[in-house]
Structure formats: structure tokens, C-alpha cells
Write a protein that binds this ligand. Structure first.
Ligand code: PGA
Length: 318
């Protein structure tokens, strides 16, 4: 294939960094080159393309329409190149490269325990793991920043591939001395009388809990909303309310004496964890290897879920 535009790989790397960081200075620092080199290479690339790639408004630089197109093409080119590098390594029988995974906060209770043995199996693989809330995970997914995403509620707003690989049950927790602790088959509508400690809007746990309760015409009375499971558990243990939480967040639980799982009708809410990636994305060799590993090894975590995570409260008559 002949291309009429003459450019070098180095110019594309420089352009990609400037476009991503919106700054010549930051791109120079990231690439360990001086700023005049950045400006000269961007100028040459614009001349080769025949159109300006950036425009300056005040002190800020913005991509022009041609710059936007080039940024999208760079992402595809770099993706294809890293796939080739990994394929080449694979042909040599070595799995090397970087695995970029973004997980939502609740997945931090089990993904590191799967990553540990994976990394021991493939010592040539470096892992870049981001733990963020669901809204941020979706932003990263939309921008194709990582290889794989782990979440409980994949977005409906983006075309994605999604594969369930592990159960993600949600239970109701209360302080261990709550009047309902130890009661059998508590009626769901009884929850309407309780104050709830909710996760932040956008959290998969919150979306699934509210959807389930709404389908039974129950609107939870939220006393407080908190951005992570640890804060939720401590607040429940302090007697400020009850909460719906993933069973995974109760594994390795140091608060066994302070929390009880309530036996509420309809609970646990049965759901799954999904591996998600943009529709049409071609996974790198390393990403595909980890994906296959997850599907194969998730049963070890599944077995832990079968064990009761908290000591059972004393049975009480209803
Ligand atoms: P999250 O958990 O509440 O941390 O987003 C994900 C989920 O269980 O869906």
C-alpha cells in the first residue's frame, strides 16, 4: 500500500502524546525530549498531512477536525502494533506485554486474588490495574483506554462484548444486634421501615438493589450515601442503618462480630460479574490469555462464595 502522506512513527508518538495531554510541555516531559523537538515534529507532521492538526485558543491547544481523525487512526495503529508485538512474542512461545484492566470498586475483593496466580504463571506480563467507580470505568471503556473491564452492570449506552464469569450475589446487612438479625424469612416490605446506607449513584450495587426493590414497589429510605463498601460496612456496624452489599465485600471480613446478614425474602439478589470490552475490539494475546484464565479459574472464588461469610446470628422467632 502506498501512502501519499510521509510521516515517521516517532512523529505519530509525539502527536498522540500532545493530543492526549493537550500540552507540548507535558508531552515533552512524558517522552523525555525537549519542547522544540515536539513543536518541530508536530509542524512537520501537519505539513505532511497538509492541514493544521492543532489550533491555539488563548493558552490552550485544541485538536482540529483533521487532528481528531489522526488521533483516532493513531489509536488503531498503536493497538494493531501492540497486538503484532504480542503475537510475535506468542509465536516465540513467550507471553509478554502489558495487561490493562479496569475494575469497579467491588471487584477489588477478588480480582487481585486471580491476578496473583496469573502473574506467577506468566512472569513476562506486566499488569496495569485501575480500581475506579463505575462511572469512571464506563468513561475509560468509551475511550478504549484498557484491554478489559470488570463490572457487574455493563452500560447500555455503548456497544460492548460482555461475558458473565462469576456470581455476584447481593445480600442485606445490618448491625449484629439489629432486631431482625437471626429472624427467618423476613418479609421484603419490612425493609421499607429501615434506614438505608446506600452506595454512590452510578454504583452497580446500588443500581441492582434499587431495580430489585422497585420491582417489588419498595422505595428504600436512604439515610446516607457513601462512595465505597468499607465505609458502608462501618456505618452499618455503627447502627446507622442497613445496606445492600455484594457478598464479595464480606469475604476476608474483619468485622465478623459487628455485622449480620439478614434473611430477607428474595435475597440474595442473583447477578453476575462480567468481563466487558468495546464491541469489535481485537484483544491482545495477553488480554485474551487473561480472559480465558478468568473463565477457567473463577470457580475458585465461586467456591469461597458458598461458605457463610459472617457468623450466623442466633435464631429468633419472627
Ligand atoms: P459497584 O459494584 O457497586 O462497586 O459498582 C459492581 C456491581 O456489583 O455491580
Amino acid at each position: 500500500m502506498k501512502t501519499s502522506v510521509r510521516f515517521t512513527w516517532n512523529q505519530l508518538r509525539i502527536f498522540e502524546a500532545v493530543a492526549r495531554l493537550s500540552s507540548h510541555t507535558r508531552a515533552a516531559a512524558e517522552l523525555h525530549v525537549v519542547q522544540p523537538t515536539i513543536s518541530a515534529q508536530i509542524k512537520q507532521l501537519s505539513t505532511a498531512v497538509g492541514m493544521p492538526l492543532f489550533e491555539q485558543i488563548g493558552k490552550k491547544i485544541f485538536l482540529t477536525p483533521a487532528g481528531n481523525e489522526l488521533q483516532a487512526s493513531c489509536a488503531e495503529l498503536f493497538d494493531a502494533w501492540s497486538r503484532f508485538e504480542m503475537k510475535a512474542a506468542d509465536l516465540k512461545g513467550v507471553k509478554t506485554g502489558t495487561l490493562r484492566v479496569t475494575i469497579v470498586t467491588t471487584a477489588k475483593y477478588f480480582i487481585p486474588r486471580l491476578l496473583g496466580p496469573f502473574c506467577r504463571l506468566y512472569p513476562g506480563v506486566d499488569v496495569a490495574l485501575e480500581v475506579v467507580n463505575r462511572d469512571q470505568a464506563i468513561e475509560r471503556l468509551a475511550a478504549n483506554r484498557d484491554d478489559l473491564y470488570i463490572m457487574g452492570v455493563p452500560p447500555d449506552t455503548l456497544p460492548t462484548e460482555r461475558h458473565p464469569f462469576l456470581e455476584n450475589p447481593l445480600v442485606v446487612i445490618a448491625p449484629h444486634d439489629h432486631p431482625l438479625a437471626g429472624c427467618r424469612r423476613i418479609e421484603l416490605r419490612r425493609l421499607a421501615e429501615e434506614a438505608f446506607i446506600a452506595r454512590e449513584p452510578g454504583s452497580g450495587t446500588r443500581i441492582a438493589a434499587e431495580k430489585f426493590l422497585a420491582s417489588h414497589r419498595i422505595k428504600p429510605r436512604n439515610r446516607m450515601q457513601l462512595g465505597n463498601n468499607e465505609a458502608v460496612k462501618w456505618t452499618v456496624a455503627a447502627g446507622l442503618g442497613v445496606a445492600v452489599i455484594s457478598r464479595h465485600a464480606l469475604m476476608l471480613e474483619p468485622m465478623h462480630d459487628r455485622l449480620a446478614i439478614l434473611d430477607v425474602q428474595g435475597f440474595p439478589i442473583r447477578r453476575s460479574w462480567y468481563v466487558v470490552y468495546p464491541a469489535g475490539k481485537r484483544l491482545s494475546v495477553v488480554a485474551q490469555t487473561f480472559f480465558d484464565y478468568l473463565k477457567r479459574e473463577a470457580f475458585t472464588i465461586q467456591e469461597e462464595l458458598a461458605a457463610p461469610p459472617l457468623r450466623r446470628a442466633q435464631k429468633k422467632p419472627r
